[in-house]
Design a protein around this ligand. Structure first.
Ligand code: HEM
Length: 508
């Protein structure tokens, strides 16, 4: 059959046009794209399919694949057709702080189904508005005032730990910490408690729906139509075919209901009795433009702020507890410092006083460093060309670095996988003479860095001090593989069959 007669058929001619387009795209991306000269494998220059494979099929492995690519191609690599990744701890400051205000990569906004939250906002100007409304609510002064709430929740946790000690029961301490951080952030954001700290084995926490959003995030990014289609299904069917998404949609509906209840004044009595300002009531009554106060927008913000507050801090506490419990010398140094500073173990703790304790501060730093918070690369877009070594990166190119790469950098943190609080004591320096603090990147840096750093620090200092001043633990069927980073779902995850960090409580 002659080619002309094949092309006469509309379907075949469409297929041919499509293949010619694909071929053209491949040639363009390989030879004429502004990033064509950058190091990296050819398959990464052509398409995102390898990213789909490592993220979705292999479950959160692209972060590690990028590390391999750097070993092969050097510190700057074209990891997908339009994005560069840099692995060079010294350059972190430049990308996130020195290069000034930056935009985020719109493509990544759809990860959790909360596209209009402060974290996922692309343009810098819009981010300023959203972040500006939240900043005063998370200032140091506000969190100092919130200490009474944090203490109340920690006291419930201590009572529960005593109960596990009395009954000689195995304590799933990772779940207990997630319950604690969930209760603190829900109290501050909505003045409500789900009572998660009081559940017999902490069987329900907010960590599950947030982890579900995080795990399903890779698929949502690669195939944005999937969550859109699934959201149309009745919940009874969705639970059977896609339980992760079902959990996410239910959580979103919960936040929507909370926001609506506040808007309709149904929370007025609760809020009037509350001993503290409530984040979402303040946003609703504050001076954000009306479009920024729409229920769907605030629902997205709630999902993000609460998620950011639960798993990060809960996981940092878990990682610290694992390392302290498996390292008696480290634990006894912490314990000695706490006993000297807090003679009465049940005295109310002050965040500002605890910050003065050098060994505890080292434990907090190591907890944040080794728990990674965000294990995925974090792209930024610059309006001007960015220079890295001999490369001049074109404006608007997504350029990313990964917190894990800096936190695990052996040149900066020798024996990087070990929990060594003493490495932070006495204004330490790196080999090249710069301050070690410069490489403390666990909260990110610059205008997009963590909003909740004060709340996180208050919780970390007060909880570690209260727990380790009062108790010691023995690990129960738990080893380092239960805390080591094995999957990157944006949030870090250990091996998937982990049963969590479980302990027996030794003394009170
Ligand atoms: C150990 C605890 C925590 C760690 C290590 C941590 C770390 C981070 C990191 C790495 C980012 C991303 C920064 C970037 O994009 O460059 C971030 C963003 C954020 N965090 Fe945290 N976080 C913690 C706790 C909290 C808490 C308790 C809250 C508040 C409830 C919070 C709220 C946020 C928000 C809202 C953002 C987005 C900020 C923006 O895009 O402007 N975080 N955090």
């Amino acid at each position: 059959m002659a080619i002309s007669s094949i092309l006469d058929h509309p379907v075949t001619s469409l297929v041919v046009v499509y293949f010619v387009y694909l071929l053209g795209l491949v040639v363009y991306r390989l030879y004429f794209h502004p990033l064509a000269k950058y190091p990296g494998p050819k398959y990464a220059a052509i398409s995102r399919w390898h990213e789909f494979y490592y993220e979705v099929v292999k479950k959160g492995q692209f972060t590690f694949k990028i590390q391999e690519l750097h070993k092969q191609y050097g510190p700057i690599v074209r990891i997908v057709p339009d994005e560069l990744h840099i692995q060079d701890s010294e350059f972190y400051d430049t990308v996130y702080t020195k290069a000034g205000r930056v935009d985020k990569y719109d493509w990544m906004a759809g990860r959790f189904g909360c596209d209009t939250s402060v974290f996922t906002t692309g343009p810098d100007e819009l981010h300023r508005i959203r972040r500006g409304a939240l900043n005063p609510l998370f200032s140091r002064a506000r969190i100092v005032d919130l200490q009474t709430i944090i203490r109340t929740k920690i006291d419930i946790l201590l009572d529960r730990i005593r109960e596990f000690q009395r009954d000689n029961k195995v304590l799933p301490i990772n779940r207990a910490f997630m319950a604690l951080t969930g209760e603190v952030v829900m109290e501050y954001c909505f003045s409500i408690s789900y009572g998660h700290l009081k559940l017999p084995n902490f069987e329900k926490t907010l960590h599950e729906p947030f982890m579900a959003a995080s795990i399903s995030g890779h698929l949502s990014l690669q195939c944005p139509w999937v969550p859109k289609m699934l959201s149309m299904l009745p919940e009874s069917i969705l639970v059977k075919i896609e339980p992760l998404y079902a959990l996410v949609f239910r959580m979103q509906a919960d936040f929507r209901n909370q926001i609506n209840a506040m808007k309709q004044g149904k929370m007025a009595d609760v809020l009037a009795k509350s001993s503290h300002p409530t984040v979402f009531q303040e946003l609703i009554s504050g001076n954000l433009p009306e479009s920024e106060k729409e229920t769907r927008r605030l629902q997205d913000e709630a999902q993000l702020v609460v998620a950011a507050g639960v798993t990060t801090t809960g996981w940092a506490l878990t990682v610290a507890t694992f390392h302290l419990t498996s390292n008696p010398a480290t634990l006894s140094r912490l314990r000695a410092e706490l006993e000297a500073a807090i003679p009465n173990p049940t005295a109310p703790l002050s965040w500002a006083e605890l910050e003065k304790l050098p060994y505890l501060t080292g434990c907090v730093r190591e907890a944040v460093r080794l728990s990674y918070a965000v294990s995925t690369r974090n792209p930024r877009l610059f309006s001007k060309p960015l220079t890295y070594k001999d490369w001049v990166i074109p404006p608007r190119t997504p350029v990313s670095m990964t917190i894990v790469d800096v936190s695990d950098d052996e040149d900066i943190f020798p024996a990087a996988h070990e929990f060594r609080p003493e490495r932070w004591i006495g204004s330490p320096k790196t080999k090249d003479g710069s301050s070690l603090e410069r490489y403390f990147v666990g909260f990110g840096k610059g205008s997009r860095s963590c909003l909740g750093i004060n709340l996180a620090h208050a919780e970390l200092y007060m909880t570690l001090a209260a727990v380790f001043r009062n108790f010691a633990f023995e690990l129960y069927e738990t080893d380092v593989s239960d805390v080591a980073l094995a999957h990157d779902f944006f949030l870090p995850s250990p091996k998937l069959d982990s049963h969590g960090v479980r302990v027996k409580v030794l003394k009170g």
